[in-house]
Design a protein around this ligand. Structure first.
Ligand code: COI
Length: 350
């Protein structure tokens, strides 16, 4: 059931008491945004609905339910210390959603519609955007084939919606494992799209990793089982003993917006050499002095151990490294308008 969001009462400016230990977990807030696409009308004008108690009604034959015709995005709204609410690189999320949609034959919302939706959700839920030291407000734009279909074909109807909730740290662990014979994506497959099914395929390997005491799987390429790709939901970086920052080249991995930001910060803020190229596991285990993973949810988290074939390999001295910490701090300061944003990444919405 969907009820239009019409805040009749003045909402208290502060949301109900914060859980002091915000986790990366779903919760319902005040409003979410939704629009529908039909072949007759295209995208309808979108609008806000009540988030609390909201459910979507779908046909049992909705394409997303069994053909997995769904793509999504993740971006964050931050409250700055001045009290403004800002988004980080939302145009890039809009463009990536359009690229993912094209790969899965979904009609893509325009960049303007995407920006209208994420801005509306951030503003309507302003009282849920945590203070900077507490966390951030995660926005999840979702595009699905909602129409009923039986044969393998694009759905006849689509939904695009954006919900959000306050979040804290994602994962937080620093030990990764390479699992033999498990790959995330094949060459020319859907690995570069933010397709729902890419994440479904990671669930069992991730469960195994956690049972073994590792926070996530570090996937290798499907062609040679040699080159690092990424984690289940984050991109990987290594800093080699000569100071070069290296991240796997694009192809079958997600073109992460945080990944691109870290490359840019490494080059343009610190003047380091930062390259995208094939990066073998062997090279990381022998030459890396620091490693870390990045993503909107993960921000930047150090990797201190990689397990391969039953052996734990420490990265560098087995502790988080100073340059990873410098990159993380610069990224967070730019996101919170505490360091010059030389690239126009930060967009004020309230
Ligand atoms: C993000 O970092 O925003 C993602 O979408 C990754 C997801 C696994 C939480």
């Amino acid at each position: 059931m969907l009820k239009p969001f019409e805040p009749t009462l003045p909402l208290p400016p502060q949301a109900p008491n914060w859980d002091e230990n915000l986790r990366f977990a779903y919760s319902e807030v005040d409003a979410f945004w939704l629009t529908r696409w039909t072949s007759e009308a295209g995208w309808e004008p979108g609008r806000l609905y009540e988030h609390r108690g909201a459910t979507l009604e779908l046909s049992p034959a909705a394409a997303v339910l069994y053909y997995g015709e769904g793509v999504f995005e993740g971006l964050k709204a931050y409250r700055t210390r001045k009290g403004n609410i800002v988004l980080f690189r939302p145009q890039d999320n809009a463009r990536r959603l359009r690229a993912s949609a094209a790969r899965l034959a979904l009609p893509a919302p325009s960049v303007d519609m995407f920006l209208e939706a994420v801005t509306a959700v951030a503003r309507a839920n302003a009282r849920w955007v945590p203070a900077p030291e507490k966390g951030s407000f995660y926005l999840r734009p979702v595009l699905i084939g909602s129409g009923a279909i039986l044969g393998v074909a694009p759905a006849p109807e689509f939904l695009f919606y954006v919900f959000g909730c306050p979040v804290g740290l994602y994962m937080g662990g620093d030990r990764l494992i390479v699992l033999s014979s498990v790959h995330r994506a094949a060459p020319y497959g859907t690995g570069a799209a933010k397709a729902a099914g890419n994440y479904a395929g990671c669930l069992r390997p991730q469960k195994i990793a956690k049972e073994m005491g590792y926070v996530d799987v570090l996937y290798l390429d499907a062609r040679e089982d040699r080159y690092i790709e990424e984690l289940s939901g984050a991109n990987f970086f290594a800093i080699l003993y000569d100071g070069t920052v290296v991240t796997p080249a694009l192809g079958s991995i997600l073109p992460g917006i945080t990944r691109d930001s870290i490359l840019t910060i490494a080059r343009e803020v610190f003047g380091w050499i930062a390259v995208e190229r094939p990066l073998s596991l062997e090279e990381v285990l022998s030459d890396a002095v620091e490693a870390f993973y990045v993503g909107t949810a993960a921000v930047l988290s150090p990797v201190t151990v990689i397990n391969h074939k039953g052996k734990d390999y420490p990265i560098g001295d087995g502790h988080p490294g100073p340059r990873s910490q410098m990159l993380r701090q610069a990224l967070v300061e730019i996101q919170l308008q505490e360091r010059p944003d030389l690239w126009g990444w930060v967009v004020e919405v309230a």
